[in-house]
Design a protein around this ligand. Structure first.
Ligand code: HMG
Ligand code: MG
Length: 299
């Protein structure tokens, strides 16, 4: 059966904006996040405390995060690759942090300048220190279904890194189809393999990109396996600066349209959310790639 409620983990302000050529002004980012929260999203990934040379689009994390202090009751996770990032996030009072691993060596090198295992070693003290402070930790895992340099990714590689992230103390995982090549049978096989090594389904989120138009059907396959946390990006913003073939994330509006149609509650006001994404598209000077945004805001 399908769940009655899905928690949407909104990534537009981070995964979306990190991939824009133009750097969005800090006040516009703050307004975007406030509008996402007003539309009913309860988990809004805010920014990254990474090296500013690696992701200049999010170099204003120190300026942005304090502008979100009034958002009570909304989780605002931030990406931290290492202890330096954790220190920066904790100094601003972040309650949720996210490390980001890779299933493949090529992407670990491109994204983190590390091998897969060196990256895990970098995260271990981040996760333990965060948990000591009562900070919730999410572990992203990129390239779970395919890699632009290595091609097909064996499920066994993904399972090994997921197990390592859980054993390290991550509260939840997010399985990333960074380049959007997954199909539903692959998703089912992946979730079954994780189930077989006792990674609890309630701690697994899914993060699909829509490169081949499969993101929604993959989401449905995951829901049928008991997954109830789904990542999506308002207006379909995003991609990944270190993986050229990655196009946009699953659009939050397309996801909400499907979930509400299935009678699954999300707490999201689709009209408000679409208006927000149309407004952000205006800021960026190009139309939203989301079909649902276009349908609902057509003039
Ligand atoms: P490195 O060059 O190996 O860094 O990069 P290092 O550890 O050798 O340090 C070099 C310098 O950087 C030092 O400064 C550090 O202090 C500084 P120096 O002593 O030379 O003056 N430094 C930092 N400064 C600020 N904040 C920090 C920080 N860390 C070190 N946190 C590093 C390693 C991890 C830092 C780098 O590779 C990096 O920042 N990578 C981030 C890449 C990124 O953000 N990618 C996008 C997110 S992943 C994604 O989008 C996929 C996802 O959406 C899911 C999916 O779709 O798959 C999550
Ligand atoms: Mg992504």
């Amino acid at each position: 059966g399908l769940p009655s409620h899905v928690r949407i983990h909104e990534v537009g302000a981070r995964d979306g904006l990190q991939n824009e050529k133009t750097v969005v002004p800090t006040e516009i980012k703050a307004e975007f996040i406030h509008r996402l929260a007003d539309a009913g999203l309860t988990t809004v990934e805010a920014t990254s405390f990474v090296h500013p040379k690696w992701v200049p689009q999010l170099a204003d994390a120190e300026q942005l995060f304090p502008l979100l202090g009034d958002l009570q009751g909304v989780h605002l996770p931030v990406l931290v690759p290492n202890e330096r990032g954790l220190d920066r996030a904790l100094a601003l009072g972040a309650h949720r942090v996210t490390v980001f691993a890779s299933a493949t060596e090529s992407f670990a090198r491109a994204n983190l300048n590390r091998t897969v295992d060196e990256a895990l070693a970098m995260f271990a003290p981040v996760v333990s220190r965060a948990r000591e402070q009562g900070v919730h930790v999410r572990g992203y895992l990129s390239m779970c279904f395919g890699d632009p340099w290595e091609g097909a990714v064996p499920i066994s590689k993904v399972v090994r890194v997921c197990r390592a992230l859980i054993d390290m103390g991550c509260d939840e995982l997010s399985l990333g189809d960074t380049i959007g090549v997954a199909t539903p049978g692959h998703v089912s096989a992946m979730l079954a393999a994780l189930n077989a090594v006792q990674v609890p389904t309630e701690r697994i989120g899914v993060h699909f990109h829509d490169t081949y138009g499969q993101a929604l059907t993959n989401t449905l396959a995951a829901l049928q396996h008991g997954v109830t946390t789904v990542d999506a990006s308002a207006g379909g913003l995003g991609g990944c600066p270190y993986a050229k073939s990655a196009t946009g994330n699953l659009a939050t509006e397309d996801l909400v349209w499907m979930l509400h149609g299935l009678g699954i509650d999300t707490g999201v006001d689709l009209v408000r959310l679409s208006a927000t994404s149309a407004w952000m598209a205006d800021q960026l000077g190009r139309p939203s790639p989301s079909r649902t945004v276009r349908a609902l805001t057509a003039r």
